[in-house]
Ligand binder design. Structure first.
Ligand SMILES: Cc1ncc(COP(=O)(O)O)c(C=O)c1O
Length: 378
């Protein structure tokens, strides 16, 4: 019913992902090589047809679409006044760090984790406190004693949780989330839960919004951009139940000028959340099939596929074929024409892994896998 198989030429469209060498297959930055859902395309076409692109306000339909989606699919009853628009999650996190923590503060990150978090912390004069996830036999877990020790360190003012977790593809369960929430509250650490990947789940997986298990004030960051492939439209939002914290964050976004909605982003978000569920279900099934193809193909090789419960990213252990994934990825790019994200970017034990973006048509994925297998067997 929806076509995810066609290979679209994205060269010459200002695509960051496809800006590399001719012939190279990009499997790095987190966007998808699929055309957006039909309802989104129609909404954007209507906007172009109208032809006037001035400043915008958020209409009622924007809030309604978000509220209905989270009530129906995540059992989280969000109130309209809790929603604060921003021009992206990364700008929002950077702004929150600047305005809700003090210079020199430590921000706790569970590594390996989405690399832009490090930039948000360090470029704003704060310090990353790495609280590494434990890795054993192909799976990650949280050592809660170590987490509490880290949260207790002097000057730890904030923790950024990735829920579900990029790059390891892990869906945190209710107990894990409740313990994280309890420890942050106990040690007076502001918790930000980045849930941008929450709608990209393998079947049978359920996302638990951190806000549902946490009574202390928290910040949740959300967007239609990851699940519906709208990253270039620069629209996201935070959910803040606590009104003093909400006022502080809204003021921060106003000071940093990251709260003016783009016309395309508004219309695309409404069409995504109110009319594109079927497309998303089909997308998740397609990504699951891609993941299975990778698992089957790599099974006989000395690499290990980890997790894969959430996101279209797959985290692949390469310790048996290389001692440094940075060098491995550079070699694969140079000699095999495959552009992966090196695990070193995500810190923690990332030097033993690479991250592969599987949101691409299967015929292209097959080609990438052929190249990967022959590069490894060489
Ligand atoms: C965990 C996480 N947060 C945020 C983002 C990016 O958000 P935005 O494009 O809204 O800045 C990404 C992109 O991959 C991500 O993986």
């Amino acid at each position: 019913m929806f076509d995810f198989d066609t290979i679209h030429n994205r060269r010459g469209t200002c695509s960051l992902k496809w800006n590399g060498r001719e012939g190279e297959i990009p499997l790095w930055v987190a966007d998808m090589d699929f055309v957006a859902a039909p309802a989104i395309l129609q909404a954007l076409q209507r906007r172009v047809q109208h032809g006037i692109f001035g400043y915008n306000v958020l209409p009622e339909a924007y809030y309604e679409s978000i509220i209905a989606w989270w009530a129906q699919y995540h059992q989280y009853p969000i109130k309209k006044e809790w929603i604060v628009f921003c021009n992206g999650i990364v700008p929002a996190i950077a702004s929150i760090i600047r305005h809700c923590t003090s210079a020199g503060a430590k921000i706790l990150l569970q590594t390996p984790v989405y690399h832009a978090f490090f930039r948000c912390v360090e470029a704003n004069g704060r310090e990353v406190l790495e609280s590494p996830l434990c890795y054993e036999n192909g799976s990650y877990a949280i050592d809660f004693m170590a987490l509490e020790r880290d949260l207790q360190q002097p000057d730890v003012q904030m923790m950024i949780l990735c829920n579900p977790h990029n790059p390891i593809g892990k869906v945190w369960n209710r107990d894990e989330l409740a313990t994280i929430g309890r420890l942050c509250a106990k040690h007076n650490v502001l918790l930000l839960s980045d849930e941008i990947h929450c709608d990209l789940l393998e079947s049978g997986q359920t996302h638990t919004p951190m806000a549902l298990v946490q009574s202390a004030p928290i910040i949740t960051t959300l967007s239609a951009s990851k699940a519906f492939n709208l990253a270039g439209l620069q629209g996201a939002f935070c959910v803040l139940e606590d009104s003093p914290l909400r006022e502080r964050v809204s003021a921060a976004f106003a000071i940093d000028e990251i709260n003016a909605p783009c016309a395309f982003s508004i219309d695309a978000t409404i069409a995504a959340f109110s009319q594109s569920r079927e497309w998303l279900v089909a997308l998740n099934a397609y990504i699951a099939a891609n993941k299975n193809l990778v698992r089957q193909t790599l099974e006989p090789l000395p690499v290990r596929v980890v997790g894969g419960e959430a996101t279209y990213m797959l985290w692949i252990e390469t310790a048996k074929i290389a001692s440094d994934s940075g060098k491995l990825c550079a070699d694969l790019r140079e000699h095999a024409g495959l552009y992966f994200s090196p695990g070193t970017q995500f810190r923690g034990n990332g030097r033993d892994f690479l991250r592969a973006n599987l949101a691409l048509p299967q015929p292209l994925l097959r080609k990438a896998l052929e190249r990967f297998v022959s590069a490894i067997l060489k």
